[in-house]
Design a protein around this ligand. Structure first.
Ligand code: GDP
Length: 295
């Protein structure tokens, strides 16, 4: 994960570690390299600049130039700032409703259906939760079948209605079915399109209004870099979602989405997807991710 970024940051900070005494020039040079590494990882230019400015401010504030181990202090400052940028403390999902309704949103192919299954499985394993999956993609019958395949794999019931082409009605019926049958979590998988368009936004917004979920999650493919951030912005404007799910972190992703998304939409990343299997789900901990990035 993020190998390229990790290597570059390591090299950037290595310069400082090698020096007995550190000058302002060394610090400036290091921060330039750090910024370059972030830009290469597809972090937005403004965010990368703000980031290095903050690190610089902190470094000078903490007298990095006169400390005994300036390299280590710089690494710590970079790590703390990275953690802050990615979200600070980890946040859970709101399961206060009965049933708790969780709405999944995102583009087609982002990993919504897969993640819906992963989340259902994750919650089911918590013993006190009995999840129901609801298939609201009325445009692609294959999407409904896919959710059934996922449901069978994890032994979770799937509510669908292939004769109904109104996603709002299906979502409502799914919640009613959950109430009537003792499910305490409802995960609603919705249709996405290949790019943000008005019809998709209107539809997801209508579902959102109709069912008033406790938790609205935005699922995004971490391989899509700055596009991921732009898509997140568009969905957040419409849905004011509660959290982000970053998928495909097992792939060759450069890291830009993970690093930038929180500060652009001001919503936490809650879970990550790290593979196609139902078990490939992890709670997102910004500090652990920063540790991983900095090696
Ligand atoms: P949806 O259109 O948003 O419902 O996306 P899908 O759940 O159908 O996922 C699209 C593709 O991405 C499928 O082939 C999934 O197996 C794959 N996928 C989803 N999440 C992950 C992940 O975390 N890692 C990897 N490697 N593949 C994933």
């Amino acid at each position: 994960m993020f190998n390229n970024l990790s290597d570059k940051l390591d090299k950037a900070l290595h310069v400082l570690k090698g020096h007995g005494s550190i000058t302002e020039v060394n610090v400036a040079e290091t921060l330039k390299e750090v910024r370059r590494a972030l830009l290469d990882a597809d972090v937005n230019f403004k965010i990368a600049k703000q980031f290095t400015n903050k690190v610089k401010e902190k470094a000078l504030g903490q007298n990095v130039l006169t400390t005994l181990q300036p390299g280590q202090l710089m690494v710590k400052i970079v790590k703390d700032e990275l953690t802050e940028l990615m979200g600070g403390d980890a946040e859970g999902i709101n399961l206060s409703g009965n049933p708790s309704v969780i709405l999944m949103s995102g583009l087609q192919g982002s990993g919504k259906t897969t993640f819906s299954g992963k989340l259902a499985n994750y919650l089911k394993n918590k013993k006190t939760k009995k999840p129901l999956l609801v298939a609201c993609d009325v445009y692609r019958p294959a999407a409904i079948d896919q959710l059934h395949v996922v449901g069978d794999q994890i032994n979770v019931e799937v509510y669908s209605d292939k004769d109904n082409n109104d996603p709002v009605a299906i979502a409502k019926a799914g919640v009613a079915y959950a109430k009537a049958n003792g499910f305490n979590v409802v995960i609603i998988d919705t249709a996405g399109r290949l790019a943000v368009d008005e019809a998709m936004m209107t539809e997801i917004s209508n579902i959102h209004k109709a069912i008033q979920p406790q938790e609205t999650l935005f699922v995004v493919d971490s391989m899509t870099g700055q596009d991921a951030v732009n898509t997140a912005k568009a969905f957040n404007d419409i849905l004011n979602f509660d959290g982000v799910i970053l998928t495909k972190l097992d792939g060759d992703t450069r890291g830009g989405a993970a690093i930038s998304i929180k500060s652009v939409v001001n919503k936490p990343i809650k879970f990550i997807g790290t593979g196609e299997k139902m078990e490939a789900i992890d709670v997102f901990y910004p500090s652990r991710m920063a540790d991983r990035i900095l090696g």
